[in-house]
Design a protein around this ligand. Structure first.
Ligand code: ZN
Length: 134
């Protein structure tokens, strides 16, 4: 039995998490659940794809609705935000150590940022929006 105390996210004390009456791990002091790291949480692909595709949907909506600010801004602003969220989310799930999460995060953020921006431009094209270059 490995009994290594973990820092409780609820009260900040080094505690050993115990089973509460509901059969879940909980802090003996404040009842908080342990930090959500340990046994690999399920990867939510639906959420992931939803975030990744959201800027494209907004861009498409903006293009169809002739909302130029939305159609033009969504690929860049939305794409960067979606890339950050998806990249960090995936890195947290895939990376096993702090260092690997960090560099995987950088890698995934740049990859998904590009994917999301490209998808958003397709969303614009699909909605018939012409990007005015200059
Ligand atoms: Zn606690």
């Amino acid at each position: 039995m490995a009994s290594n105390p973990i820092k409780c996210p609820g009260c900040g004390q080094e505690v050993e998490f115990v089973y509460n009456p509901e059969g879940q791990d909980a802090c003996p002091h404040c009842g908080s659940p342990p930090p959500a790291a340990a046994p690999s949480p399920k990867f939510n692909w639906l959420l992931f794809l939803g975030v990744l595709l959201a800027p494209a949907m907004f861009a498409l909506g903006g293009a169809i609705g002739k909302i130029e600010g939305l159609a033009a801004g969504s690929p860049l602003v939305g794409g960067v935000i979606a890339g950050l969220l998806c990249g960090i989310y995936l890195a947290q799930r895939v990376g096993r150590t702090r260092a690997s999460r960090l560099w995987l995060g950088f890698l995934f953020v740049s990859v998904f940022g590009c994917v999301s921006i490209i998808l958003s431009f397709f969303g614009c094209l699909l909605g018939g929006f012409q990007m005015r270059m200059g």
